[in-house]
Design a protein around this ligand. Structure first.
Ligand code: SF4
Length: 151
């Protein structure tokens, strides 16, 4: 019998890293107990690119395409995030599972507010990393569904 644990990409803030935009984390004991059974690969695209704390960013539909804007300035940071996430994925081609933080413009899966160009909410969708992971064929799990999916 193989003792090798399955690898899982996990949003770093769910692991206790103080990497959220406001310098906080979002870990829980329940989650860390479940993740003991996995080989964890931490993932946070925003902190290394934009620092912590940082300005809020959002998913915005511009000319029919999802882009990522800094809320206050409307500066488009999509390409920086795409490059970072692409590089991360190329280092972890063997991984098929990701557990991501809800509602984040990077990590949210079906829970992220998607806005119009006036920053008004249109619907809930995917953050940019969650979308790229799914497009690459990974199974993406929202943190709110982790118990049902991972146990
Ligand atoms: S939700 Fe994703 S991008 Fe935001 S702090 Fe957590 S790991 Fe980083």
């Amino acid at each position: 019998m193989s003792l090798k644990k399955q690898s899982i990409i996990v949003s770093s803030c769910l692991l206790g890293e103080l990497c959220r935009y406001d310098g906080t984390a979002k870990n829980t004991l329940e989650l860390s107990n479940v993740l003991d059974n996995y080989n964890i690969i931490p993932f946070c695209p925003e902190a290394p690119l934009f620092g912590t704390p940082r300005e809020r960013i959002s998913v915005v539909i511009v000319h029919g395409k999802n882009r990522i804007w800094i809320d206050n300035t409307k500066v488009d940071v999509t390409d920086k995030l795409v490059d970072y996430i692409d590089d991360f994925l190329s280092l972890h081609k063997e991984v098929t599972l990701a557990l991501l933080k809800s509602k984040s413009p990077s990590c949210g899966y079906k829970t992220t507010p998607v806005l119009d160009v006036d920053l008004k909410k249109l619907f809930n969708g995917n953050g940019i990393a969650a979308q790229m992971f799914e497009d690459k064929g990974l199974e993406v799990i929202d943190e709110m569904n982790f118990l049902e999916k991972l146990i």
